[in-house]
Structure formats: structure tokens, C-alpha cells
Design a protein around this ligand. Structure first.
Ligand SMILES: C[S@@+](CC[C@H](N)C(=O)[O-])C[C@H]1O[C@@H](n2cnc3c(N)ncnc32)[C@H](O)[C@@H]1O
Length: 124
């Protein structure tokens, strides 16, 4: 889906998986609480940008919109597994068009743009 050249600052390092696990452990509970406040319909359509290891995308697909669809995109989709109503595409949020499947009930991105070289090159 992409011809991405944008670099993710922490990609491909030995620390990437541990970094993602730490982010999930620290933030998932808060993120889930905030998303549940939105009261999404069980057939809702969600797009997660920069889904990382997919903890939120997987939870959305299983628990929040079990009759809907979740589309997870990331520069690196090696840690994302499509299953059931969760689909996965490689895409650069700074260069590629949105995936098919909208209009979305939820578009979620957490800690994505500040980690890309494009964002660092053009702060603000
Ligand atoms: C700090 S991690 C956060 C992962 C996940 N959002 C979370 O909070 O658990 C940043 C993620 O954004 C992805 N990413 C960075 N730049 C991106 C871009 N330009 N387009 C798509 N994904 C990007 C990285 O590959 C990585 O998975």
C-alpha cells in the first residue's frame, strides 16, 4: 500500500519490541478508558494509525467493535497480525492516502508523529 521512505526513529533496533511493550503497559489502560467513553457502536469502523504491536487495534476489533471493522496501519507491520475483523496494511501517514473502509467512527493514533523523521524535520 505504500512506497514509504519516512523513517521511524526507533525502527529496527533491538529495543523496539521492548519500547512498544513498555508503551502498552504504561498507556493501554488509559487509552482504553478514553475510547470506551466514546461509546462506539459494536458495528463501528476504526482506523488505527501507527498501530505498533497492535494492542489497541486488537482490543478494538475483539471487544469494542466485534461486528465492525478495524484497519491498522503502520510503517512496520511485522508485529501486526490480521485476523477476523482486523485488517493490516503498511502505510506511511505522511505520504499515503487513507486506507479504504471509511468514513470512520474512530481514528486513533498514539505516539506516532513525534517519532517520525518527517515530524522531527518540520516541528510544529
Ligand atoms: C512509539 S510507537 C507507538 C505504537 C502504538 N501507537 C502504541 O502507542 O502502542 C510509534 C509507531 O508509529 C509508527 N510510525 C512512525 N512513523 C510513522 C509513519 N510516518 N506512518 C505510519 N506509522 C508510523 C512506528 O512504526 C511505530 O509502530
Amino acid at each position: 500500500m505504500t512506497s514509504a521512505t519516512t523513517a521511524y526513529a526507533f525502527a529496527g533496533t533491538e529495543h523496539t519490541s521492548r519500547q512498544l511493550a513498555a508503551i502498552q503497559a504504561y498507556l493501554d489502560e488509559l487509552t482504553m478508558r478514553r475510547i470506551l467513553e466514546l461509546d462506539l457502536p459494536p458495528g463501528g469502523l476504526c482506523w488505527e494509525i501507527g498501530a505498533g504491536s497492535g494492542s489497541i487495534a486488537t482490543w478494538l476489533a475483539h471487544d469494542v467493535v466485534p461486528y465492525g471493522q478495524v484497519t491498522a496501519t503502520d510503517l512496520d507491520i511485522s508485529r501486526l497480525t490480521p485476523a477476523g475483523n482486523l485488517q493490516v496494511y503498511r502505510a506511511d501517514i505522511t505520504a499515503d492516502p487513507p486506507p479504504a473502509g471509511g468514513p470512520w467512527d474512530l481514528i486513533h493514533a498514539r505516539l506516532v508523529t513525534q517519532a517520525s523523521s518527517t515530524a522531527r524535520a518540520h516541528p510544529g
